[in-house]
Write a protein that binds this ligand. Structure first.
Ligand SMILES: [Zn+2]
Length: 398
């Protein structure tokens, strides 16, 4: 059995209060003239509460257990059925739905892991600014998606939408990959939540990562001809890469492919000929495929590789995960500003022919930083926009 159902016990008191909250929602919603109207006070309060709790529980990748457990019980208190899918020991994806089945036409998804380090929750009532790790990436999306779906429940047909919150997005997407391999069925449309400044994303760049590893031969620095300097060889390789990156594929839609040399290390001391050296790269593809760019990298390094091998050393390229080309995303919904982005998401990790949408509150420019923060009004706007996206995608399926 791929899915393990964890019965999360709820106290009578929790149940009673959940029913009350639910009642408040339906009363509030009854006052709305249209589902996309401004959220009322009760919804805003719940949004603030949910966002705060998600941020307060540290969930750096590999450590998502506590936040997942809390979120599962929260969703159960809102009458969702929650399935917990074990990705690795003590790491769970959550799949939540209110009807009889998780086989819904529309899936709404985001991730519950964050990058390190943890920054505590802070909320300034005057400015309305909430800060803390994950406030933007992606607990802002998680909270807004849930509140959006809860406040739509009265008007949606049963088994229309399910929620998926995955682990491991920040380090290669093992959560979404696992879900993809074991998904209950194929969806018509999936709405992904990541910081997009409240805009609808029409596509994001592709990704390829690799490491150049050089093995040389150590010697006394006074007699360098007795060794093979791995640092010298790596410096040559780096020069080739700097040249190559001027000639990588580009497109009108995504601009230039960029190549970042993120980490370089080599040698042990100034007076020792370096025995080993390596450099790590991340390429953001604006066009072409990982295979094409891999070919360009291999041929650019051919000469350097041959020379170091003649001297008895070696140069190897170690490819990261398989990589992916630019990802085109559906953005055929009226009333949104539209953009393309340069960061990766879990979108290519969920295989299938479903339509894909990408939207979320907050800016990628503060995500992963020590000043990650957003305004409460951005969260409220996201609730309205997620409701709209859910309704439009459901409408499109008819
Ligand atoms: Zn994210």
């Amino acid at each position: 059995m791929l899915w393990s159902y964890l019965a999360l016990t709820l106290g009578i008191a929790a149940l009673a209060s959940a029913k009350q909250t639910r009642l408040q929602f339906s009363q509030s919603e009854a006052l709305l003239t249209s589902p996309s109207d401004v959220p009322l006070a009760a919804t805003s309060k719940e949004l603030l509460y949910l966002h705060r709790h998600l941020i307060e529980i540290e969930s750096i990748t590999e450590n998502e257990y506590e936040v997942g457990k809390w979120l599962a019980s929260y969703l159960e208190s809102k009458n969702f059925t929650v399935e917990m899918q074990e990705v690795s020991p003590k790491r769970f994806n959550l799949l939540a739905y209110t009807g009889k089945t998780s086989k819904t036409p529309v899936l709404v998804s985001s991730h519950i892991d964050t990058v390190p380090p943890f920054w505590p929750y802070k909320h300034n009532h005057t400015s309305g600014i909430t800060s803390g790790r994950g406030s933007v990436d992606a607990k802002g999306s998680v909270a807004a998606q849930i509140i959006a779906l809860i406040s739509l429940q009265e008007e949606l047909p049963p088994s229309a939408v399910s929620l998926l919150f995955v682990v491991g997005e920040e380090t290669g997407g093992d959560g979404m990959r696992y879900f993809s391999a074991n998904a209950p069925h194929s969806y018509d449309a999936v709405i992904f939540g990541e910081p997009t400044e409240g805009k609808l994303v029409c596509g994001h760049k592709g990704m390829l990562s690799f490491t150049i590893k050089v093995q040389g031969k150590a010697a006394h620095s006074g007699y360098p001809w007795l060794g093979v300097s791995a640092n010298d060889v790596l410096a040559e390789a780096l020069e080739k890469m700097l040249k190559l990156r001027q000639h990588l594929p580009w497109s009108e839609k995504y601009g230039n492919t960029t190549m970042n040399i993120g980490r370089v290390e080599g040698g042990v001391a100034a007076n020792v000929v370096a025995e080993a050296a390596k450099a790590q790269f991340a390429v953001r593809l604006a066009a072409g495929t990982p295979t094409v760019v891999k070919g360009m990298i291999v041929s650019a390094l051919q000469g350097v590789k041959a020379r170091v091998e003649e001297l008895g050393g070696s140069l190897e390229i170690e490819w990261g995960s398989e990589g992916y080309p630019p990802v085109d995303i559906n953005c055929d919904v009226k009333g949104f500003d539209k953009i393309t982005v340069n960061y990766g998401t879990d979108i290519p990790n969920l295989k299938g022919t479903h339509k894909r949408y990408l939207y979320g509150p907050g800016s990628i420019f503060v995500a992963h930083s020590d000043h990650e923060a957003l305004k409460f009004e951005e969260l409220e706007r996201a609730v309205i926009d997620f409701k709209k996206l859910i309704l439009v995608t459901l409408e499109k399926q008819k």
